[in-house]
Design a protein around this ligand. Structure first.
Ligand code: PLP
Ligand code: TYF
Length: 394
């Protein structure tokens, strides 16, 4: 029977990791997979995370099963982190999931349980796993325009026109901040216009929030999500703790559902717990406990926020350095968009041939769509990348 299986195309981002490892050239630079790295190319364990783990280890007395939807301390800490002071606990259902990816999957399953004819609107481009998960689930996918190849900013007129075609019973997937793969994001005024359209169409927003704290700060990065939450009664949020807590392999995420009334909230909470049970039963515990401990312990939270802020400002400084370097080499401002983008990524707008040339001639690895991970750079490699970009004719 298993011989009937078809070969699956590899994940292009993950395949780059292997290709980079196999490259024996000195001075090779990895700007591929979206993992934060310090100036030495190391992905550190955050101080507060380490301290929380020590405390958990010292105090925990059992490894028995926990709760199907996750522990209440994790759920409420995550709802607070994402939704802030406007959070309405009596209307919000929460589910601990296997990473942000698990939250996205459960969100789509939940929406389809509520509407078997569900269609999902996604940005063009988006994180490739969004589309592959939807295809695998057999969900119809509608792409909305997002990236303007000329300005390397958001094609907002295109976005508005395309999401206006969504209807009640559809889901519109939006990146809460730090758009992956482009780095181009909506302004708060644009979020308000998106809310107008969602209000008019009745489509339900699903916000993928995988990089809160990596763009303009913890609060600013949640501002679009919170604006939508204040305007649209029903919404889903898939939050990942992988990047902002640096706990990628612990697989920690949270699905939040804001509901129109308390009865619907209870119904939704029950359906979400059911979905965990059907998929993997209890969600992972350890990462969620780390997150809850950090967020609920004032001194750990303050230290986490400080370290996250250093990570964020370090990436922003590298962006600005790269934009400056390119502007002096190009003798123009055409790479100014790199300093405007936010988060780990920027889409350069290079052709696949140029990306290939940069890899083959300069041993610099970025994703084929010319997405580069800013955190893969340091002060020494920024000028090397800038020269390669210019020499490749981008
Ligand atoms: N959404 C986006 C846009 C991402 O880039 C990622 C990154 O990995 C995720 C969701 C899921 O993250 P994870 O499942 O590792 O928490
Ligand atoms: O886009 C990225 O690079 C991150 C990490 O299958 C990632 O989101 C990439 C591919 C994948 C899972 C995570």
């Amino acid at each position: 029977m298993l011989a009937n299986l078809k070969p699956q195309a590899p994940d292009k981002i993950l395949a780059l990791i292997g290709e980079f490892k196999a490259d024996t050239r000195q001075g090779k630079i990895d700007l591929g997979v979206g993992v934060y790295k310090d100036a030495n190319g190391h992905t550190p364990i955050m101080r507060a995370v380490h301290e929380a783990e020590k405390r958990i280890l010292a105090s925990e007395t059992t490894k028995s099963y926990s709760a199907l939807a996750g522990e209440p301390d994790f759920q409420s800490a995550m709802a607070g982190l994402v939704l802030g002071a406007g959070h309405k606990p009596e209307l919000t259902a929460a589910l601990a999931t296997v990473g942000g990816t698990g939250a996205i999957r459960q969100a789509l399953e939940l929406a389809r349980m509520a509407n078997p004819d569900l269609r999902v609107f996604v940005s063009d481009p988006t994180w490739p796993n969004h589309v592959s998960i939807m295809n695998f689930m057999g969900l119809p996918v509608q792409h909305y325009r997002y990236f303007d190849n000329d300005t390397r900013g958001v094609d907002f007129e295109g976005l508005k026109a395309d999401i206006s075609a969504a209807k009640k019973g559809d889901v519109v997937l939006l990146h809460g901040c730090c758009h992956n793969p482009t780095g181009a994001n909506l302004t708060l005024e644009q979020w308000a216009e998106v809310a107008d359209i969602l209000e008019k169409t009745g489509a339900m927003p699903l916000i993928d929030l995988a990089y809160q704290g990596f763009g303009d700060g913890l609060e600013a990065d949640a501002a679009g999500t919170r604006l939508i939450a204040s305007r649209i009664p029903e919404m889903l949020i898939a939050a990942s703790c992988s990047k902002n807590f640096g706990i990628y392999r612990e697989r920690t995420g949270c699905l939040l559902a804001q509901c129109g009334d308390a009865t619907t909230r209870d119904l939704t909470q029950g359906a979400m717990a059911f979905l965990n049970r059907q998929t993997y039963s209890f969600p992972p515990f350890h990462g969620a406990k780390i997150v809850a401990t950090v967020l609920n312990t004032p001194e750990l939270r303050a230290d986490w926020e400080a370290e996250l802020e250093a990570v964020r400002s370090g990436m922003l400084r590298l962006r600005e350095q790269l934009a400056r370097e390119l502007s002096s080499l190009a003798g123009s401002d055409r790479f100014g968009f790199i300093a405007e983008h936010r988060g780990m990524f920027s889409r350069l707008g290079a052709t696949p041939e140029q990306v290939k040339r940069i890899k083959e001639e300069f041993a610099i690895y970025m994703v084929g769509d010319s997405r580069l991970n800013i955190a893969g750079l340091n002060d020494t490699t920024v000028p090397i990348l800038a020269r390669a970009i210019i020499e490749a004719g981008v």
